[in-house]
Design a protein around this ligand. Structure first.
Ligand SMILES: Cc1cc2nc3c(=O)[nH]c(=O)nc-3n(C[C@H](O)[C@H](O)[C@H](O)COP(=O)(O)OP(=O)(O)OC[C@H]3O[C@@H](n4cnc5c(N)ncnc54)[C@H](O)[C@@H]3O)c2cc1C
Length: 380
C-alpha cells in the first residue's frame, strides 16, 4: 500500500510516525512539505515574547529519518483526488491512499490596512518579526484583534494578552500602556465555562479590556484606528492581528472543499473520494483548529491503514477529544480537556493554572520532537 501524505505539520508528522512505527520497512510512504522544518504554534508566542530564539524552535525535516518514509521538500502545485495524484515542483507522485494534511493558510492581505499599519503574529515569519516590533515598542495602546472565523487555537489571542502584560511589566512599560482584546467568541474558551471565567478574572486583575463577539474588519493606517465589523473604531499605537484563515490555494483548486474547507466523515476522516482522507485544520470536521485535534485525527487514519494492511478488523473511530494547554502568564499554564462530538454540545474539563502544568506543556512538546524527529529538544 503506497501512502501519500500531503503536509508535514501536526497531522502529517503524527500519521507517518505511527505508520512507520507499526509497519517499519513494509510502509511505503511519501511525505511532502514545502517548508524545511516544523514549528509548533505555541513556539511562535515564545519567540515573540523573547523566551527563546527562532533557531531553537525550528525542527528541520532533514532530521526525519524513519523506516518506510521518504520526505520530499517541495511545493504541491495541484491535487487530483480521484487519481490520488499530485503535481509538485519536484515532479508527480501518486499512491493507493492519499491523506491531505495541508493545514490552514493565512491571508493578511484580506484585511485592509493590516499589512501597512499592523502586525500579524500567526505565521512563523510574522510572529518572529513581532519580536523586533515589541522590542522597539515604548508603550501605548495595544489592540490584539481577530479578523475572521474560524481561527487556529482559539485560546492563543487570550494567551497573547496575558503574555504581553507580563512582557510590558518586565520592561517597565505596563503603566504607560493599555491592552484590549477583540474576539469573535462570546467567551474566551466557549466549551469550558470554568476556563473562560478564570481567563476573564485574570484579564480584570491585569486591566486587560475584553471585547467579546466582535471582529476587526480593517485598519485605517492614516488615523491608526481599528474598524470593527459593527463600525466601532478603536485607536491603537500597536495592532497585533490574527489574519483571515483559508485552505491553501492548491486545496481550494482541487474541488474537494465545501464552504471553504474539506468535509470528512467525522468518525473516519474519509473524504468524498475513495481512499482519500483529510485531517486537521484543512477540514470542517467540527473541532477547533488546533494541533492536538489534527494529531488525534491522524492517529484514527493510521489505525485504519494499519488494520487494512494487516487485513485485520476495524480501528477505533474518532472521538473528538483534545487537551489544550493555556498560558496564563506569571509562569503558569492551565489545561482544558475538551470533547467535540457531532450532535452533542462540546464539553471541557478545566485544570487551574500552575507551575506543574508548565512542566506538562514542556513534556507535550519534547515528547513530540522525540517521537517525530528522534532527538531531544534540549533547549526547550
Ligand atoms: C500562535 C499560535 C499558537 C498555537 N498554539 C497551539 C497549542 O498550544 N496547541 C495546539 O494544539 N495548537 C496550537 N496552535 C494551532 C496549531 O499550530 C495548528 O492548528 C496545527 O499546526 C494544525 O496542524 P495541521 O497538521 O492540520 O496543519 P499544519 O501543522 O499547519 O501543517 C500543514 C503543512 O502543510 C504544508 N503546506 C501547505 N501548503 C503546501 C503546499 N502547497 N505544498 C507543500 N506543503 C504545503 C505547510 O508547510 C505545513 O507544514 C497554535 C497556532 C498559533 C498560530
Amino acid at each position: 500500500m503506497r501512502v501519500l501524505v500531503l503536509g508535514a505539520g501536526f497531522g502529517g508528522l503524527e500519521l507517518t510516525t505511527l505508520l512507520s512505527d507499526e509497519l517499519g520497512d513494509d510502509a511505503d510512504i511519501v511525505l511532502i512539505d514545502k517548508a524545511d522544518g516544523f514549528v509548533f504554534g505555541f513556539s511562535k508566542l515564545d519567540v515573540m515574547f523573547g523566551r527563546t530564539t527562532p533557531q531553537a524552535v525550528r525542527h528541520p525535516y532533514r532530521d526525519l529519518v524513519k523506516p518506510g518514509v521518504r520526505f520530499v521538500q517541495t511545493t504541491i502545485r495541484s491535487i487530483d483526488p480521484v487519481q490520488r495524484r499530485v503535481e509538485t515542483e519536484a515532479g508527480a507522485f501518486d499512491a493507493d491512499v492519499m491523506v491531505v494534511a495541508l493545514g490552514a493558510d493565512l491571508d493578511p492581505s484580506a484585511t485592509p490596512g493590516l499589512a501597512e499599519a499592523g502586525h500579524e503574529f500567526y505565521t512563523v515569519d510574522g510572529a518572529f518579526a513581532a519580536r523586533d516590533v515589541l522590542d522597539s515598542f515604548d508603550g501605548g495602546r495595544v489592540v490584539i484583534g481577530v479578523t475572521s472565523t474560524p481561527f487556529k487555537c482559539p485560546p492563543a489571542p487570550s494567551e497573547t494578552a496575558l503574555m504581553l502584560h507580563d512582557y510590558l511589566v518586565a520592561r517597565g512599560l505596563r503603566g504607560a500602556s493599555e491592552i484590549s482584546l477583540v474576539m469573535p467568541l462570546g467567551a474566551p474558551i466557549p466549551p469550558s465555562p470554568a476556563a473562560s471565567q478564570a481567563l476573564l478574572a485574570e484579564f480584570a486583575e491585569r486591566g486587560i479590556s475584553w471585547h467579546p463577539d466582535r471582529l476587526v474588519r480593517s485598519l485605517d493606517p492614516r488615523r491608526r484606528v481599528a474598524i470593527l465589523a459593527d463600525g466601532e473604531e478603536m485607536p491603537f499605537d500597536l495592532f497585533l492581528g490574527v489574519p483571515v484563515h483559508l485552505v491553501p490555494a492548491v486545496v481550494a483548486q482541487s474541488g474537494m472543499c465545501v464552504d471553504g474547507w474539506i468535509p470528512v466523515n467525522p468518525l473516519t476522516l474519509e473524504t468524498a473520494c475513495p481512499d482519500v482522507y483529510a485531517v486537521g485544520d484543512v477540514t470542517s470536521v467540527g473541532t477547533p483548529k488546533a494541533g492536538v485535534f489534527s494529531e488525534r485525527q491522524a492517529s484514527v487514519v493510521a489505525g485504519q491503514l494499519i488494520a487494512r494492511h494487516g487485513q485485520s478488523g476495524g480501528a477505533p473511530p474518532y472521538d473528538g477529544k483534545g487537551i489544550c494547554y493555556i498560558e496564563f502568564g506569571h509562569d503558569r499554564v492551565a489545561r482544558v480537556e475538551v470533547t467535540f462530538r457531532s450532535g452533542e454540545p462540546p464539553n471541557g474539563q478545566f485544570d487551574e493554572p500552575s507551575a506543574l502544568l508548565l512542566a506538562d506543556k514542556a513534556e507535550f512538546g519534547t515528547s513530540r520532537v522525540q517521537r517525530w524527529f528522534g532527538r531531544d529538544w534540549a533547549s526547550y
